[in-house]
Design a protein around this ligand. Structure first.
Ligand SMILES: *Cc1c(COP(=O)(O)O)cnc(C)c1O
Length: 231
């Protein structure tokens, strides 16, 4: 538990340092702690540090942890690939989805949010990495997709999210982040306001901050290494 406190403080210091290095104000960059694969006890320890937003990539894990932590005020953020048949739980339990990547999912979420009489913050996940396995909307489909999302008033579109290519080549990683920022700027010129850029993880967040990230999603550097592989 004290590890989490020390790790959290170290991550925040490193994020602040990356901001200063990039000539940016540290107040512009938030850290989303990614608690996937860790249990409710770990989330509870993090709540004790004043953290209250947590990134998860499986809806089933949100269900389990939300049940174990009933009574706590927690904002669950979905960052993993979402199947439409999970829309009901997402509409009930999540405060934000960063992995919106297709119209069918927007339709399912809007429908279930109608039932729950709730709204959801969403980020559009854009594919900037070259790996086939990386999810996301093709970047050139973004303007049309943003136009289509206007038909779903319960989805509050706040920005864009991406995962960079996993590579030792920092130039290639950085190019993924730059692409996301450039698409954001292009869409802004077309009238779509997208203030949030969620990009950067434990291994690459300084590069993302240099390219304009407003949120970095950090798991390993806060909670330690995960016992099983999880995209
Ligand atoms: C797991 C995950 C992260 C955090 O990864 P770390 O390398 O552990 O910091 C960030 N974003 C997404 C989409 C993830 O699935």
């Amino acid at each position: 538990m004290s590890d989490i406190a020390a790790n959290w403080a170290a991550v925040r210091r490193r994020v602040d340092a990356a901001c200063r290095e990039a000539g940016r104000n540290p107040a512009e960059v938030s850290v989303l702690p990614v608690s996937k694969t860790f249990g409710a006890d770990v989330v509870r320890a993090a709540l004790g540090l004043g953290l209250y937003r947590f990134g998860e990539n499986k809806v089933q894990e949100i269900r389990e942890k939300a049940a174990a932590l009933a009574g706590e005020t927690i904002d669950w953020v979905v960052i993993g690939h979402l199947q439409t048949n999970k829309a009901r739980d997402v509409a009930r339990l999540a405060s934000e989805v960063q992995s919106l990547d297709r119209l069918e999912l927007a339709e399912a979420l809007q429908h279930r949010l109608d039932v729950e009489n709730r709204s959801l913050d969403v980020l559009v996940q854009v594919k900037t990495a070259r790996e086939e396995t990386k999810q996301g909307l093709p970047a050139d489909a973004l303007p049309d997709f943003l136009q289509q999302l206007r038909a779903f008033p319960r989805l509050r579109v706040k920005g864009l999210m991406t995962l960079a290519t996993l590579s030792e080549d920092t130039g290639e990683v950085r190019a993924c982040f730059r692409q996301l920022r450039e698409w954001r700027d292009r869409c802004a010129a077309e009238g779509y306001e997208l203030p949030k850029l969620s990009m950067g993880m434990s291994g690459d967040f300084p590069l993302a901050i240099a390219e304009g990230a407003t949120e970095v999603r950090i798991g390993t550097a806060i909670f330690g290494s995960r016992s099983y592989a999880s995209a």
